[in-house]
Write a new protein. Sequence first.
Length: 220
Amino acid sequence: MIKRGLDFTELLAKDPLKDFFVWWDDISAADVKAFEKRLRTARTEHDLQSFLESNPKLLIQHVRGSHARYVIPQKRLGAEYVTDFMIGGKHSGGFEWQAVELESSKAPMFNKSGYPGKYLMHAIFQILDWRAWLQRNQNYAARLLAEGGLGLTDIVARVPGLILIGRRGEIDPSTNERRRQLVNELAIEIHSYDFLLEWAKGRIHAKATSQGTDEEGKNA
């Protein structure tokens, strides 16, 4: 894990994506509480977009095995498309990106017949459109910002996707198998917003456990 210090501060200053770097451990119970409140009160996905832009650490708790993590809001793909977010992790092998599409926390994943609802289908086709664009423009997208590109180093045309929609309590368990099939076939994760909440709570618990262990070591 990266630790803050003079050496890293100097390294980050040279990072072309430094403006989008996120300290993922800077998360607290207050952040979770604020997010839960926004999920209850949000009327549209735009309300959630603005909240997550102000609290990007909530979007990258599930990104594993990375030395650095980035959240880029409303990333333009040429003149045609704007992603809700591009989130990425950097490790020894390079960058891995995930394209994020938000839908309303009140939108159902599936309709009463058990088929993907209109909002979920809209989100799926958004990501498929982004992939089609990347297929045509991958070199431009992966090129450094300083070289006139989009700065999405190592991005692949079939970029993994993440759709956030609805709440877990509203999901009919009978649709879980169909959702797994969509995830496997499309390489697009489909989750309710509770997915973000669980990862945030898990991080907070891990921090508390680690700090407790450190204190025990000091007092031993």
